[in-house]
Design a protein around this ligand. Structure first.
Ligand code: ZN
Ligand code: ZN
Length: 458
């Protein structure tokens, strides 16, 4: 079902909706229905208080917009069955009560398959909108990992119910480092146990994630065929080109004409205009035929290219690189676009852009060191504010100077892990033990050492 209004995900109040049934094998439109709540002529005459004259009225729906989908579903199936065709399976998303209404109104038994893309999106929404109590225990990468496992378990076990069930049940224990039911095809632990690090460490998520995944295991019959409604999405895109959502066409028969054109384009391809002309006793039109043939050729070439494995790989790579680049740029630029940013942050003109990283010159090992010349090595450790916290000097491998200096600010956790230096109650410690340190003002030799010409030669 496609709506003639851009959806916000919260409000469903489109004035009209278009539903189509498309054959899974052929990709052709089998039936189409339009529901509209508006009619320009009726609205005008209602305003004047006079009954409208007979007209081609597009208004055929008086209920809510949400109720259009089940009604359209039943109506299309009934029309198909009237033509002595039997509908045995329906592929659709799980958002509407269409299926139960169809079962109430249609006599024969109809099986339902879920649209796998829609199922993946819903799982993503469930994981990304976890209750606040769980959010701290799960990182963004863990959610992406769970999604990847789910997608792999479903797509690699198409039409294999038992294996899909087994793989889906193994996902949650796998992320908690239990790999008894894992499959070597996808489990990183079974491939290389030494290099594997468990993703989620917190156990309070266990029950919540199990509940989410068990809902899919219980409905495994709907997932097993890995069915897709991509043809319907493609139809909706085609319709958007002919009836843009920012224009209001549903108040007249314009919408119906546009839907009919889209159905013709879907079923007969771009040369439907020439075919309609011939049907009406008109010339097919030389230019029309030529341009439609060009479009058909172009479309064929595009389809072969876009469906190739190389293109898909290239696209994924490009997307990943662009995302990384964007993340870096966002950090460097700071907040540039945010809801009400201009109202909440008054001192925006002071926002600085972080400059490009400095290019560090490549260092080469010192060659031909003469043992007669004293060779001085020095090492500096820095704190959060770039204060020097330690200076050591060695001449020809012999320690001649080693001094700790208390920094004006703390030392970051990560720097402490590397250097072993940390601040505890304003006392400088090395590996947790207090060291003899002084303030930079007390230690005048620091300046002398740094200014000494020998340092520059090192
Ligand atoms: Zn009307
Ligand atoms: Zn595993």
């Amino acid at each position: 079902m496609g709506w003639q209004k851009r959806g916000s995900g919260k409000k469903y109040d489109s004035m009209s909706g278009v539903g189509v049934a498309i054959g899974n094998e052929t990709g052709k439109v089998l039936g189409r229905e339009i529901r509209s709540k508006d009619c320009r002529t009726c609205t005008y005459w209602e305003g004047t208080g006079v009954e409208a004259a007979m007209h081609d009225c597009p208004r055929n729906w008086y209920g809510t917009s949400k109720g259009m989908e089940p009604d359209v579903g039943v109506s299309i199936i009934k029309k198909i069955e009237e033509k002595k065709c039997t509908v045995s399976t329906l592929i659709m998303d799980d958002d509407a009560t269409t299926m139960s209404k169809i079962r109430q109104n249609i006599d024969n038994d109809i099986t339902k398959w879920s649209d796998i893309k829609h199922v993946q999106n819903t799982l993503g929404k469930k994981l990304y909108v976890l209750p606040t109590s769980y959010r701290k225990s799960i990182r963004k990468d863990d959610k992406a990992h769970l999604m990847k496992c789910f997608t792999y378990a479903v797509h690699s076990n198409k039409n294999d119910k038992q294996q899909m069930k087994k793989d889906l049940s193994a996902i949650v224990p796998h992320v908690f480092n239990e790999h008894e039911n894992c499959n070597a095809r996808w489990s990183g632990y079974l491939k290389n146990p030494q290099n594997y690090t468990p993703t989620i460490k917190s156990s309070n998520l266990d029950l919540k994630l199990n509940k989410i995944f068990h809902d899919y295991i219980d409905n495994i019959d709907k997932l097993v065929p890995c069915a897709s409604t991509k043809e319907n999405e493609s139809f909706n895109n085609m319709l958007t080109a002919k009836a843009p959502k920012n224009k209001h066409y549903s108040a007249s028969s314009s919408l119906e004409a546009r839907v009919n054109c889209t159905v013709a384009q879907k079923n007969l391809s771009f040369n439907y205009v020439s075919l309609v002309n011939v049907e009406c006793g008109l010339s097919p039109g030389k230019v029309t035929e030529k341009s439609s043939n060009q479009l058909i050729r172009k479309r064929k070439l595009h389809l072969t290219y876009y469906n190739s494995k190389e293109y898909k790989k290239k696209k994924l790579n490009k997307k990943r690189l662009a995302k990384n680049e964007n993340n870096v740029l966002e950090i460097r630029e700071g907040d540039t676009y945010k809801t009400e940013i201009d109202m909440l942050c008054q001192n925006l003109q002071e926002t600085d852009v972080i400059s490009n990283p400095l290019v560090v010159e490549e260092l080469y090992p010192v060659q031909n060191i003469q043992t007669s010349v004293p060779c001085i090595y020095f090492d500096l450790s820095l704190s959060l504010n770039c204060d020097i916290v330690q200076i050591s000097v060695a001449v020809n491998d012999i320690h001649v100077f080693d001094q700790y200096i208390t920094p004006s600010s703390g030392i970051s956790k990560y720097a402490s892990e590397v250097t072993g230096l940390s601040m505890c109650n304003n006392i400088l410690c090395y590996n947790g033990r207090k060291v003899n340190s002084c303030t930079p003002q007390q230690e005048k030799r620091i300046t002398v050492l740094i200014m000494h010409p020998l340092m520059y030669k090192c």
